[in-house]
Design a binder for this molecule. Structure first.
Ligand code: MOS
Length: 706
């Protein structure tokens, strides 16, 4: 391997981030900005009877107050992914209806943030309230719609017959609570119009090119007149892929105000207004025959959506991808609750799905007396049972065996409650991890400069994952130069469409395009080598040579199925007297194709594991059962792990480049790390205590007592 690939490299953008010179959405300098502050509903269902804005309008510094009675309206977008996509299909302030607690019902614009916020509290609203539906297990369910055109239901054979011939069976129901993305950088936008036909939007966007098309449709202006600037994202996890209602509102209002408008969503407002992961209730039935093979697998799930958007957390789809069975049945139902819009959140579907499935597999392992690693290894599927295609470069067995060796799994006592260390019960648990290998279409522009450096430009972006670094590595590798000679500019819609930073696909999508652009620019220079190209450029007297390169998936998607694989291993110590759980050891072994940069890739896995530990032990957004309003209002009330909760997380990569997938051989690593974390912990708790806990989060109250 050459130069910079397969190495531990520091982040290109690391210094800018730690020194504060990296500009996040609300931090971009604009001339004479004004500030918008949202007014949000204090009921969860009903309608606004009247809304009195007089006092707010008269407050010092206030420029305007908008409600459904006077707000300018955006054009209805097609919302079909190709042309445009917004999270909430109901446009903001379009009528007096309230669908969930915390819904935006107005916005104040003032000359300072404090004055806008102050005036927002002077608005007097009277409601006609109805009793909200917020309880999942009291709801009425309907069939879940297809997920990206794929029906949720899938059936092979006959599960009933399979269970009848099984030697061991288990059936259990697992639940998860509403979870928040809670990124460090709050959701924020600055809309800066030039006249009323062209606008610059400074907003974190996981998909800059789609964001540009979407604002163009909403604002009825040509896409070329919309510029999206999103060089850095302070955490997105799926909640910063498309404009939210506050974004639409800000853009619309700024056109009227005729000054740059800056809108930052408060932490409290973020509880309801920028997405969440739905609660889930999942039932799994498994049957194992005398040959230690699965003869029945059934996985049914129930999730919730909001009245104004139909989003399904597709929990069950991962099950036929993981394990083979001649009798298999998955299906899912949804209901509508008076909650904000649920959306994509790190491994949407795979994450809660693997919580249920990998807990159930562990239950089956104990019930049948088979080691959980062997059970998984024996029952993994070599073909994607739904697509009927073989997996490309699948090294799941290596994840299991390498993990077992590194963790000394064979030393695990096979009895429950068998290890007491200074009054703490010790348990070991493991679970599998997986995530599909997605890839989209992308383009990048590469510019050679006479000083022998290279500039790579694409609208694709880096939400903290390491894209700046792997893009620079790709250019350096392709041109045979040092990574220090490469500068990367991302997240500007003036650059070619770089695809989405989502579905763990940015590296797989963008790096082949960058490699192609590098080859194209050598052609422009009529040179084979970088040094010859630079000489030609210097001779030409031109300022630069540049070229655009693109790449897209092809026929390989008809020949193979692509997934990444992994296994987590952990040790927990539990003090049952006070319900305290500490994670003492963690090992994740991952098979993600080629590892471009071991440092940023391991960081992605660690981030996923930490987020999974939060999900397993702490994270839940609770709603007041009476009012339906979230009782979570900041990063203190929404519990998530801090440094002291997290042990050293060992990460090992196994496998080989997946050259069927793309010329770089890379799959994705952004999301796989969170899958399987919660079941690994619950399985360790069972080993330690003999208690099978099936509802997340596993808070101390669930661990107290022997
Ligand atoms: Mo991710 S949930 O695809 O940002």
């Amino acid at each position: 391997m050459v130069s910079s690939l397969n190495r531990d490299l520091n982040r290109k953008d690391g210094r800018a981030k730690v020194t504060g010179s990296a500009h996040y959405s609300a931090e971009h300098p604009v001339k004479d900005p004004v500030y918008a502050y949202l007014i949000t509903a204090t009921i969860a269902k009903g309608r606004i009877r009247s809304i009195d804005t007089k006092a707010a309008e008269k407050a010092i510094g206030v420029l305007a107050v908008y409600t459904h009675e006077n707000a300018p309206q955006a054009a209805k977008p097609t919302n079909n992914w190709a042309a445009s996509k917004i999270y909430e299909s109901r446009l903001p302030l379009s009528d007096s209806q309230i669908h969930y607690g915390g819904q935006i019902i107005g916005v104040v614009v003032a000359d300072t943030f404090e004055r806008a916020r102050d005036a927002a509290h002077l608005v007097n609203v009277s409601y006609q309230a109805e009793s909200p539906n917020i309880v999942l297990n009291q709801a009425t369910f309907r069939m879940a719609p297809p997920n990206f055109g794929e029906a949720m239901a899938f059936k092979i054979g006959d599960v009933k017959a399979g269970l009848a011939q099984a030697k061991t069976t288990i059936e259990a129901t697992y639940t998860t609570e509403m979870e928040l993305h809670a990124p460090m950088e709050p959701h924020a936008i600055i809309a800066d119009w030039n006249g009323d036909n062209a606008v610059t939007i400074y907003e974190h966007s996981q998909w800059v090119a789609l964001s540009q098309r979407t604002y163009a449709e909403l604002l009825k202006i040509p896409p070329a007149n919309v510029r999206i600037i999103s060089p850095f994202i302070g955490g997105g996890f799926g909640s910063k892929a498309f404009p939210w209602s506050h974004s639409v509102l800000c853009a619309i209002v700024a056109r009227q105000i005729k000054r740059p408008v800056k809108l930052v969503v408060s932490r409290r407002q973020m509880t309801a207004n920028v997405g969440h992961r739905s609660q889930t209730e999942q039932t799994v039935k498994l049957g194992l025959n005398a040959d230690r093979k699965l003869c029945a697998v059934e996985h049914f799930a129930k999730t919730a959506t909001s009245p104004i958007e139909q989003f399904v957390e597709p929990c069950v789809l991962i099950t036929p991808v993981m394990y083979a069975s001649p009798n298999l049945h998955i299906d899912q139902e949804i209901t509508t609750l008076n909650v904000g819009v649920p959306t994509f959140m790190r491994a949407p579907g795979e994450n809660p799905g693997m919580w249920a499935l990998e807990s159930a597999i562990d239950e089956l392992a104990w019930a049948s007396g088979i080691d959980p690693i062997e059970l998984r290894s024996q029952n993994q599927t070599t073909v994607h049972q739904r697509k009927n295609l073989p997996f490309s470069a699948k090294f799941f067995t290596d994840c299991l065996t390498t993990g077992a060796r590194q963790f000394s799994w064979s030393d695990r006592p096979t009895k429950l409650r068998s290890t007491d260390r200074n009054g703490h019960l010790i348990g070991w648990g493991m679970a599998a991890a997986t995530f599909p290998g997605y890839r989209g279409q992308a383009s990048a522009k590469v510019r050679l400069l006479p000083n022998g450096t290279v500039l790579v430009m694409t609208a694709g972006n880096d939400m903290g994952t390491g894209a700046y670094t792997v893009i620079a590595q790709t250019a350096a590798e392709t041109l045979g130069i040092s990574i220090d000679q490469v500068r990367v500019e991302l997240g500007d819609s003036f650059f070619p469409d770089g695809g989405i930073a989502g579905g763990s696909q940015m590296t797989a999508t963008l790096t082949p395009a960058v490699a192609n652009a590098c080859k194209e620019v050598l052609k422009v220079a009529q040179a084979k080598q970088f040094t010859d190209a630079i000489s030609a450029l210097q001779r030409s007297g031109k300022e630069f040579f540049e070229a655009v390169g693109s790449a897209a998936p092809g026929a390989e998607t008809k020949q193979y199925a692509f997934n990444s694989w992994g296994a987590h291993f952990c040790e927990v110590a539990i003090d049952e007297a006070i319900g305290r759980l500490q994670i003492k050891r963690w090992l994740s072994v991952m098979n993600i194709g080629r590892v471009m940069n071991a440092k940023t890739a391991a960081s992605q896995v660690r981030g996923g594991v930490i987020m999974g530990i939060g999900q397993a032990l702490m994270e839940e957004c609770l709603l007041d059962p009476k009012t339906g309003l979230p009782v979570i209002y900041d990063l203190a009330t929404y519990h998530y792990p801090v440094q002291a909760d997290i042990p050293r997380i060992e990460v090992t990569f196994v496998g080989e480049p997946d050259l069927n997938f793309n010329p770089m051989g890379v799959r994705g690593v952004g999301e796989i790390g969170i899958t399987g974390v919660a079941p690994a912990i619950a399985n360790a708790i069972y080993h330690a205590t003999g208690k099978r806990l099936r509802s997340l989060p596993i808070t101390p109250d669930k661990l107290i007592g022997g």
